[in-house]
Design a protein around this ligand. Structure first.
Ligand SMILES: N[C@@H](CCC(=O)N[C@@H](CS)C(=O)NCC(=O)O)C(=O)O
Length: 208
């Protein structure tokens, strides 16, 4: 298995899952954005984005999909939910929710306030920040009385949605999180698997 990754980018979901599940894997940590700064990267992943992941014949570009693949392919059900479990539907919903509902408005906020700052577009960015915070409602209410999102255990649904919370934190939005969402993020960040992923991305950081 090989993962191409950039520091704290979405590929952290895959790195975090690999560490939680204690796989042996090869890691390449690249400067960001890799499509400009890592020569030949677009020949590996034509999208130029991270993550990129290879395992046998699998060629994957979707961070939550990689986490799901690892659970199913290697039967790591201690980090997932089986199809006959009563919470299977909820589990899948959180996995899809992580990007389709949560990181989608964050990406637009990032684009219009940081990547292409421009007075006319700043208002659009601000609108997406509010939209993201409104869309956190379901997660905040779930974690108010549950340690994790589904099945009373840590799963890749926590990695998928936890990364969205983390991205919000790096965008300076976390101060507006409800306390229960903020506390849930701190619980996830305190995990050994998360800390190992943080350490390994620093250990293999590209030389500047
Ligand atoms: N659908 C992908 C999105 C990947 C993505 O947009 N990654 C960003 C980093 S968080 C990226 O590579 N941006 C660099 C670029 O677009 O050149 C996933 O969630 O894994």
């Amino acid at each position: 298995m090989k993962l191409w990754h950039c520091h704290d980018a979405r590929s952290l979901r895959a790195l975090w899952a690999l560490e939680e599940m204690a796989f042996d894997y090869e890691l390449e940590v690249m400067p960001f954005p890799p499509r400009f700064l890592r020569e030949g990267y677009k020949d590996i992943n034509p999208l130029g984005t991270v993550p990129y992941f290879e395992d046998g014949t699998a060629r994957m570009t979707e961070s939550t999909g990689i986490c799901h693949y690892l659970v199913e392919k290697y039967q790591k059900y201690e980090f997932g939910v089986k199809v006959d479990h009563p919470e299977y539907g909820n589990y899948l919903n959180w996995l899809y929710h992580s990007d389709a509902t949560l990181t989608f408005p964050q990406t637009l906020y990032l684009r219009y306030t940081r990547l292409e700052p421009d007075e006319t577009k700043a208002a659009v960015g601000e609108d997406y920040r509010k939209w993201y915070l409104a869309r956190l409602r379901m997660l905040s209410s779930r974690v108010a009385d549950h340690e994790f999102l589904v099945a009373d255990k840590f799963t890749i649904a926590d990695i998928a949605c936890g990364y969205a919370l983390l991205l919000g934190e790096s965008l300076g939005i976390a101060e507006d999180y409800k306390p229960e969402a903020y506390d849930y993020l701190q619980r996830l960040k305190a995990r050994d698997g998360f800390r190992r992923a943080q350490d390994v991305q620093v250990k293999y950081a590209p030389s500047t």
